[in-house]
Design a protein around this ligand. Structure first.
Ligand code: GLN
Length: 456
């Protein structure tokens, strides 16, 4: 009840949700009834979970933030959603997002713009802006998002919450609307490292409906979240941290640089050694990402033909039915990505763009591997600036894309990363949060969570 009340109060200002479930109270009362009757309940019983609208939910609309799926109700739950529900979790609603995950502000949702709870004139980040804002404003306890190039980590940073991007293949993508399949991963938001880690534990692991999920065991992260007794005892002694030099150079806000440098000092106080590492290929991540992500999306989005799902525009001829349904159903950012991707994949340009971007991806992956041989964890900002004003970058897509510089490399390398608040800069009424990004070796989310919990 208290969450629903808070939601009613805050939602007119924030617009984090595209749909709020009408069965929340009933489900919660059912938990109360079971507990009163000494019946077994799952570990997530009564936990209110926000779900990004590109994750399919059987009993609710799932639009992916797009008009083309308006009114679509999938006949099944995404695996990540199903796993949380099976443990007793209650889906409170579907959160707003940039259409199909394409965007960094949530302004590219077909339905509404979400505001940042720290300052409603600012963006919450994106594309999982609704999920981040909802946790930040305590409209739900935890939430699910997706991260193709930073869509969990950048909004976590802008909204001052914890965001976790798991290793590629750690969490099933079954029921996640595909944006760029070689980069997409379902991620977690929480108001603490423990909350995000407990949610990951619930959703992670192999799934027979997604052949790209890893067979690797999911270790029990929960013991990492025990109370930290004494920071004086240097609980992180011996840990080698690499601060990525290229992420603190030109174009990064000075407030962000000082917050990250302060975080590095805090790591030293905790017993770590912190050294700068150079990743010379770092700046290549952005062009390589935008070519690969657009290319994959141009192929993935071909399924929205007005026949199989969602909105259909009536036409007397098949090609116009496809064309008109897509022209009406897709927003301008999505259309631009489809055009860019189709161009990059077309004969004559494939070698110059797509193939080269794949080669760059290999270079980036190798340079991370090398840096993670010398360091246990790499750190950087999660974004080059704090949350900016709504409308500020709306007509300048390149400026918006440039804001993804800190996150896209991690997706290209398939690595796990944890973002957590590490300071504030002036702005809004109470300051604007800054997020620290910690990058770990593949399938080593446990170490990121352990270290993040102690740091926090
Ligand atoms: N902002 C990036 C993009 O538009 C990343 C989005 C995401 O991770 N889904 O592609």
């Amino acid at each position: 009840e208290s969450y629903l009340n808070r939601l009613r109060l805050t939602e007119p200002h924030l617009k984090s949700f595209l749909h709020v479930s009408d069965s929340v109270l009933r489900e919660a009362q059912e938990v109360d009834r079971k507990i009163a009757g000494n019946e077994a309940v799952g570990p997530f019983a009564g936990v209110l979970v926000g779900v990004k609208d590109n994750l399919c939910t059987a009993d609710m609309p799932s639009t992916g933030g797009s008009r083309i799926l308006e009114g679509y109700r999938p006949p099944f739950d995404a695996t990540a959603v199903k796993r949380v529900k099976d443990l007793g979790g209650i889906v409170i609603g579907k959160t707003n997002m940039d259409e199909f995950g394409m965007g960094s502000t949530t302004e590219d949702s077909a339905f509404q713009v979400t505001s940042n709870p720290w300052d409603v004139s600012r963006v919450p980040g994106g594309s999982s802006g609704g999920s981040a804002a909802a946790v930040s404003a305590k409209q739900c306890m935890v939430s699910l998002g997706s991260d193709t190039g930073g869509s969990v980590r950048q909004p976590a940073s802008f909204c001052g919450v914890v965001g976790l991007k798991p290793t590629y293949g750690r969490v099933s993508r079954f029921g996640l609307m595909a944006y760029a399949s070689s980069l997409d991963v379902v991620g977690c938001f929480g108001s603490s490292v423990a909350d995000a880690g407990i949610l990951l534990h619930a959703i992670a692991g192999q799934d027979r409906f997604d052949a790209t999920t890893s067979k690797q065991d999911v270790p029990n992260f929960i013991p990492h979240f025990a109370p930290v007794s004494s920071l004086e005892s240097k609980p992180l002694k011996g840990l080698r941290i690499g601060l990525i030099r290229e992420t603190l150079e030109d174009g990064v806000d000075t407030g962000v640089v000082s917050a990250i440098r302060a975080a590095a000092l805090h790591f030293e106080e905790l017993g770590c050694s912190v050294n700068e590492v150079s990743l010379p290929s770092f700046s290549l991540g952005l062009p390589a990402y935008y070519i690969l992500a657009s290319s994959e999306s141009s192929s993935n989005l071909s399924r929205y033909d007005g026949v199989r799902y969602g909105n259909q525009v009536f036409a007397d001829e098949l090609n116009s039915l496809y064309g008109d349904s897509r022209a009406e159903g897709f927003g301008s950012e999505v259309k631009m990505r489809i055009l860019m991707g189709t161009y990059a994949l077309s004969a004559g340009y494939y070698d110059a763009y797509y193939k080269r971007a794949q080669q760059v991806r290999t270079i980036i992956r190798n340079s991370f591997k090398e840096a993670l041989n010398q360091n246990d964890i790499l750190i950087s900002p999660a974004a080059p600036s704090p949350a900016y004003k709504i409308g500020e970058k709306k007509n300048d897509p390149l400026a918006m894309y440039a804001g993804d510089i800190m996150t896209v490399n991690v997706n290209l390398a398939g690595l796990p990363a944890l973002v957590l608040p590490c300071g504030f800069v002036e702005g809004g009424t109470a300051g604007l949060p800054i997020g620290l990004q910690m990058i770990g070796a593949a399938f080593n989310e446990g170490e990121l969570l352990r270290v993040g919990h102690i740091f926090e």
